[in-house]
Design a protein around this ligand. Structure first.
Ligand SMILES: [Zn+2]
Length: 54
């Protein structure tokens, strides 16, 4: 089974993974890295935006 991770903001497939033992494809909604960065949900802290290090 192929799992397509589709960004719910830009509607692009940003990741795909395969699972053995199942047939078909599945679409999963998510947020790609670029959109998460734009929205401020980035996993990696953005340089210059560190409110805890003042
Ligand atoms: Zn996106």
């Amino acid at each position: 089974m192929k799992i397509y991770h589709i960004c719910e903001i830009c509607q692009q497939v940003f990741d795909a993974s395969e699972v053995d033992g199942y047939e078909g494809t599945v679409e999963m909604q998510g947020i790609c890295h670029e959109c998460s960065v734009e929205m401020g949900f980035a996993e990696v802290p953005i340089t210059g935006l560190r409110p805890y290090y003042h």
